[in-house]
Design a protein. Sequence first.
Lengths: 408, 269
Amino acid sequence: MSSVATTSSPDRLSLPDSGGHFGRYGGVFVPETLMTALSELAAAYEVARDDPKFQAELRHHLKEFAGRPTELYFAERLTQHCGGAKIYLKREDLLHTGAHKINNALGQALLARRMGKKRVIAETGAGQHGVATAAVCAKFGLDCTVYMGAVDMERQALNVFRMRLMGAKVIGVEAGQKTLKEAINEAMRDWVTNVRGTHYILGSALGSHPYPMMVRDFHRVIGREVREQILAREGRLPDEMIACVGGGSNAIGFFFEFLEEPGVRLIGVEAGGRGIKRGDHAARFEGGKLGVLQGCKTYILQDEDGQIELTHSVSAGLDYAAIGPEHAFYRDRNRISFAYACDDEVMEAFQLCSRLEGIIPALESTHALVHGFKRAKAMRKDEVLVINLSGRGDKDVNQVAKILGVKL
Amino acid sequence: MSRIQQAFARARAENRAAFVAYVCAGDPDFETSVEVCRALLTNGVDILELGVPFSDPLADGLTNQLAAQRALEGGMTAARVFELVRRVREFSQAPIVFYTYYNLVFANGVDSYVRAAKAAGVDGILTLDLPPEEAGEVSAACRTHGVETVFIIAPTTPDERIATIGAVTTGFLYYVSREGVTGVRDQVAGNIPQAVARIRARTALPMVVGFGIGTRAQVAEVAAHADGVVVGSALVNCVRDHLADRAKIVPAIAARAADLSAGVKRGRA
Ligand SMILES: Cc1ncc(COP(=O)(O)O)c(C=O)c1O
């Protein structure tokens, strides 16, 4: 198959509209106190985005601090093991602080500095976004507070310590199920209270406009690099690309450059947890319906009355009841399709990747691997599959050992 | 004149501010909650603001978060909240305003939710996380079914936005006196007279002030300027303080409401 010509449809770049809508998804659903801050942020971001100086500064830090570009790695032994398509891994796990999250944290920290905000807050699930935010705040001398669910603090204890080492205050959240959703609630409460001097670095392609757009844009570098790298390696675009989807930031950044390439299949993988039963998973497209949570309209796991449902995933970073609005939009158009991977499959693939490639993947990213291996087996040997390895698994080894019954 | 407009007219005629009380529907249980509403409405409350318990109340401080959690754990559902309103309607014609989050209104269709609310006896809806820009569907449903809309103005709301918010408001405006979430504070924000004047210059709608008001003196201070004073967390705390002996909740709330509501009269004495 030869490379598919880029269509000139302006669609992907024209979204969202000025109100933050991706079709019927997205928007701005926040308390009035935040409305002005959000429109100031949108305005400041749009100016920065079009300012070559800002972009040059960002490129500089992405290279020198974060370690971009990341490799596109041919996973030879996994390819052999699966016996089908050639498997490439986009190595976002090699970035400083261990995951793609630093792309966005750097962009937003530069923006906060430009806006004269001296204090930064963030939420974190797996702790990777918190660690990335703590790192960039240390680097730029910004005061940093990270909210994290108490359950996540326990399962990602290593990341809590890393954040604290870099000078961040980590505040545990005891409400509800004590995971990512509650951390976002608490961060938003902080922001409502301290809005004038504080910037909220939201960590996924979620929430109110301009966050889904801005976070996406800061991660588009992933897909831009993949395009260049795969053309250099294979002389053509991939047949299929797969990424895990929590809020959706690594996936949308990975997919974005390919949205208008009809020959490239795009698949997002959600967390199937213990299986698709109420409260046992976080696969929004399996059990969710349209709703509004934490600033945007999208697919949400909820009950008949609209109360947000409990979620579960072995990976803290995918354990969330809502999905980024842009994913919902492209799913409706059959442009991005979705699958899910369950905890036990994830545990297996985690070990397989470690053993065959010498790469320990983050549990979040391992969801993409699970589905990727299934797809590779079903694909022809001359086909090309690229999986986004959004983060490394160092943070997960304690938890995995515990699940495997290994005493460290 | 609607029940809401009547309440403001009556207060104005008596040269005082209206006293608006917030409690969470179903906190800590359904039957106690009915009696809490009765205690409020017989102790000087002009407008009852009923919090509809939501799993993720991101505009609320800890007091109201815990109240919502108690109510949900006590079995409150959308249907039970409407049932509670019907029970209150058996003994009171005071205006009832829902204080809620958009997903609860949206989940089963905005129009059918608003219709059900009206049928139960609800007069107005305040949706915390629904700015005017996104409120078209709610406004249309409220117009169709005769429910009034309440919107928030914050200290961070710029002047030009006040008119935008006023244009979609049919009931009253709710000025949150400080940046932050709900909850009792030691001091009332200092700039309320200026804020009230700033809003009055741009809209003729009745305006209540709330967030952080918890003592009679604070009520009086705010009542000197606003058309209504909202007290929430201070009342919810009466529930929290007597969870071990629920029989004490209703007398405690009654006494608290009587004490606080006296403030609206003093304010204009
Ligand atoms: C390594 C890694 N991948 C993926 C995610 C999920 O987030 P998103 O869907 O925004 O990429 C996380 C979140 O914590 C993460 O740490």
